[in-house]
Design a protein around this ligand. Structure first.
Ligand SMILES: N[C@@H](CCC(=O)N[C@@H](CS)C(=O)NCC(=O)O)C(=O)O
Length: 265
């Protein structure tokens, strides 16, 4: 069975990382059974989570995981989309992964009040008390350096928010009244877009980015729709992070009956 290494649930979202949520959703769309365990980014193949183990293969990076699933399980998460829709979906996903995500990192890690209320309070329980505050400061510095290297971290927080709000407006416009980004069925890009939308909306952290997202009823409904369709009842939103949790696969829309027989979930 596939093992997914993530961080664990956070404030009612399936995981504190939108990239881990992306992989969870891809696995659910694929209809492939998996279990998720608490991973350690310091020992992860690229020092980042998520990564997964599928029999003797280890795949690090959510997009490489998508490609692995599509190849090994004969799937096309974008099946039925036109070439233009595929290109739009890819561009939206890149905007969210390579820009909006970094604005969210600033909101969660660098904004001190949000950090103390959110990650600082809820993510460091397993770290031994004597070194906890040192580890917190070290990780905050690492994330600030990551943002500086990206470039966005060189700006004032108000400018970062303004850039990110443009992303939110673009997302809301592209989604429109459709249930999923490209229409009636979820495609690959929905996996990360859901991850980032729920990560920004769900924790009660204070940021103009979250405020902008809350003002778009279609994005809130999108978060609620995907949560109830794919994540409720899977125990993922429970606060209990201990140990590994087997997760029931949800039959995905992209697998043929033949493929389901070949790879029973
Ligand atoms: N490109 C990677 C990004 C993964 C990533 O940025 N993971 C972050 C959490 S959201 C991480 O592991 N951070 C740990 C660290 O920076 O030490 C993917 O698509 O999987």
């Amino acid at each position: 069975m596939i093992t997914l290494h993530g961080f664990g649930p956070f404030f009612g979202t399936p995981d504190s990382s939108p990239f881990v949520i992306k992989v969870m959703m891809l696995l659910k769309l694929a209809g492939v059974a998996y279990r998720d365990v608490r991973g350690n980014p310091f020992t992860a193949p690229r020092r980042l989570l998520p990564y997964l183990k599928d029999e003797d293969v280890t795949v690090a990076d959510s997009t490489l995981i998508r490609l692995h699933l599509e190849t090994k399980y004969h799937l096309d998460f974008d099946a039925g989309l036109s070439a233009e829709q595929k290109a739009t979906a890819w561009a939206v996903e890149r905007m969210c992964e390579d820009h909006l995500y970094f604005a969210m990192l600033d909101m969660r890690w660098v904004d001190e009040a949000n950090f103390n209320e959110g990650l600082g309070r809820h993510m460091f329980g397993p770290v031994p008390a004597p070194v906890r505050s040192m580890v917190k400061s070290m990780l905050r510095r690492m994330n600030a350096r990551r943002l500086h290297g990206h470039g966005i971290g060189r700006h004032a927080r108000s400018d970062i928010a303004e850039f990110a709000i443009r992303d939110v407006e673009a997302l809301a416009t592209i989604l429109g009244e459709k249930p999923f980004l490209m229409g009636a069925k979820p495609c690959a890009a929905d996996a990360f877009v859901f991850g980032i939308v729920t990560s920004i909306l769900t924790p009660p952290l204070n940021s103009p980015i979250r405020g902008a997202m809350q003002r778009h009823a279609n994005l809130v409904a999108y978060r609620d729709r995907i949560t109830s369709q794919y994540f409720l009842g899977s125990r993922l939103a429970e606060a209990d992070h201990a140990g590994s949790r087997p997760v029931a696969a949800v039959d995905g829309p992209h697998r043929s009956q033949q493929e389901k027989r070949a790879h029973p979930s």
